[in-house]
Ligand binder design. Structure first.
Ligand code: PEP
Length: 251
């Protein structure tokens, strides 16, 4: 059994006060939820304050990015050990907004994963195709390439520390979602690829989340799919009510 994961990517939104208020309300309202894993990805400046709020809960806390070098003269970057020091348990790597706006290539994503794991952070790797790639019928190729390059030199002993978020780029923040069946099809390809890269047992245990305009009215049908183990949510995670209905999709 894979415990479902509902993860909130707050991106570059909210003031520290707003993040604190939202995190406090999420913490109180989800105190009795034991059948899901909840992870919050606030912006860097909000992490220490959110960390104070969620400590002594089961809520995970992650950075939205990390640099691939360990320490030193890299002005403007954030190191894995600093995320850990600020209370993070997780980090998001390879989000399509990082790959596209900040030109993060396969090698960069791989180096970031290796660095994050070395710092004992759990990694949520985002993969997914663009609209053009989907229309050209190369979704599978893109996703397989992203997985193979990202996990180069990642040891099998690290697998419990990895999550995958399948996020078709054309569905992020657009209001368009992959149909549950289409999304599940890609999730199956991802699991098959993980089986090839690692092994069947490990791949069977890894959580593969779907992301891309997940909302209270579509989460249930997505989560009913065999290989969809959770949701990575942007827009709908910024409002308490909608985030709570996502967390409570099966209640
Ligand atoms: C995301 O950015 O990870 C995301 C899925 O965003 P949204 O839910 O807004 O599409």
């Amino acid at each position: 059994m894979r415990t479902p994961v509902i993860a909130a990517n707050w991106k570059m939104n909210l003031t520290i006060d707003e993040a604190v208020t939202l995190a406090q309300k999420i913490t109180t309202s989800t105190a009795d939820i034991a059948d899901k894993e909840i992870i919050l990805f606030p912006s860097f400046l909000q992490i220490p304050a959110v960390s104070d709020i969620i400590k002594n809960t089961n809520i995970g806390l992650g950075g939205q990015n990390v640099y691939f070098e360990g320490i030193g003269a890299y002005t403007g970057e954030i190191a894995g050990y600093q995320l850990k020091d600020a209370g993070c348990t997780h980090v998001l790597i390879g989000h399509s907004e990082r790959r596209h706006y900040f030109h993060e290539d396969y090698e960069t994503v791989n180096k970031k994963i290796l660095q994050a794991l070395a710092c004992n952070l759990k990694v949520m790797l985002c993969v997914g195709e663009s609209l053009e790639e989907r229309e050209n019928g190369v979704t599978e190729m893109v996703v397989v390439d992203e997985l193979e390059s990202a996990f180069q030199d990642v040891g099998i002993n690290k697998l419990q520390e990895l999550y995958i978020a399948y996020e078709p780029i054309w569905a992020i923040g657009t209001g368009k979602t992959a149909t549950p069946k289409d999304a599940n099809h890609v999730h199956k390809i991802i699991r098959k690829t993980l089986t090839r890269i690692f092994n069947e047992e490990a791949a069977g245990q890894m959580r593969i989340l779907y992301g891309g305009s997940v909302k209270p009215d579509n989460i249930k049908s997505l989560m009913q799919q065999e290989d969809i183990d959770g949701a990575l949510v942007g827009g709908a995670s910024l409002l308490l009510e909608s985030f709570l209905s996502l967390v409570n999709y099966n209640r």
